[in-house]
Design a protein around this ligand. Sequence first.
Ligand code: SF4
Ligand code: SF4
Ligand code: SF4
Length: 312
Amino acid sequence: MRQEAKALLEQKKVDWIVGFALGSLKFTTTPLITKDVTDTERLVINPFITNNLANFLTGIEGRVGIVAKGCESRSIVSLIQDNKVTREDLVILAVPCPGIIDLAKIERLVGKDRDELEDITRTGDKVSVKVNGQKKDFAASDALFDHCLACELPTPQEYDIILGEERKPSPETKISGQNIAKLKELTSAERWASWEKEMSRCIRCYTCRNVCPACFCQRCFVEETEPQWTLPMPQWQDNLIFQIIRTIHVAGRCTDCGECERACPVNIPLRSLTREMYDIVDELFKFKTGMDKDALPLMVHYEQEEAEDFFK
Ligand code: SF4
Ligand code: SF4
Ligand code: SF4
């Protein structure tokens, strides 16, 4: 990857490289956006490359070489469909992705804070954690993010350079997530109460929106004052309205990358909304986001056969 990225910059095939560098905290990475050839030595691919880098594309001018896992590549394709980025301006460096380790799950598995862990490694279907000099092994399926367990495209299908062997989706990928399954078992009154409880914790920091490549409106509806759709201060009803409208806005654009849920500082299970919408879109419209750059975006075209006259 470093050689490829370096060559792209040196040969002036791109103006920017967007990838991952080691983060300042243990077991983290941080997005690296650079024009500097020497910076390419800092690029890494490891089991902690969490961010969806497609999110940065709309803010960069010029040609970009971007490191992309499967979900990122789908977000990139979705942005191409929406004319937010141009395919010709991109060189996609595809990462066949084995799934990303969820540090919160590791903390629960070993009963320790991440700062107390000495090492975390992934070998095949096993994740090993070293703590107090002792190594403990876990099944990868217990240690990866829920969205990675449900991943439908680990290897980008839209790319220019592939960094490794193609990976197929795991045959066990159809689990949307335990939290979604639990919510579905509740009555609507219980589900409502559950969301009231969850949304009462929202501090309206908008991190969920800011990390999402599908949230690209120049002016978000929450910042509108005429009309004012939601009050700016956090209260659960407005927080819920914010999330409901956001989830509708990303319908057909959400790739289930899981970033909104991961980045939420108060751990609201946002994927229970976004993945459910992803599945509804798939079921109703037979549409999977970002699989075909030449397909029309879901929410900006209609068929003559639409049941609702409103759409025509
Ligand atoms: S959703 Fe798929 S491509 Fe994305 S990080 Fe998880 S396993 Fe990798
Ligand atoms: S990231 Fe979490 S706390 Fe912040 S606005 Fe979104 S739901 Fe609320
Ligand atoms: S809504 Fe969440 S899961 Fe969907 S694309 Fe945005 S950040 Fe990713």
